[in-house]
Design a protein. Structure first.
Length: 117
């Protein structure tokens, strides 16, 4: 069986919460509740070609994934934020959004397991 690469690294969250599991679970719940909103907003702004607001959502989402230790995703969203502000490489935006969606789905699965153990 192939071991799937972990998407999240809760080192930062655990440090912030000083190991308080209730606080860690609360932060996980906040992240899980934010993801659908980020995805919906990104898709809406992408469909409307509203690059400015797409960049703002990417910025907000970047902070959330960074807290969850999703470094690769944080870097991708920072890239999307910069590209959208400058309206460059517009054809790449949807791929970045789709990878964000996939990674977040995997992250949520991981976080649900962590929360329930």
């Amino acid at each position: 069986m192939i071991q799937q690469e972990k998407i999240v690294d809760l080192s930062y969250v655990k440090g912030m919460a000083s190991g308080n599991m209730d606080l860690i679970k609360e932060m996980i719940d906040i992240f899980i509740s934010q993801v659908p909103e980020f995805l919906e907003d990104m898709k809406t702004y992408h469909d409307k070609k509203d690059w400015y607001n797409l960049g703002l959502v990417a910025h907000k989402a970047k902070s959330s994934v960074a807290v969850m230790g999703m470094e690769r995703q944080a870097a991708a969203l920072k890239n999307l934020e910069m590209l959208a502000k400058e309206e460059k490489d517009v054809d790449k935006y949807i791929d970045i959004i789709n990878i964000f969606k996939e990674d977040c789905q995997k992250a949520i699965q991981e976080l649900e397991i962590i929360k329930n153990t």
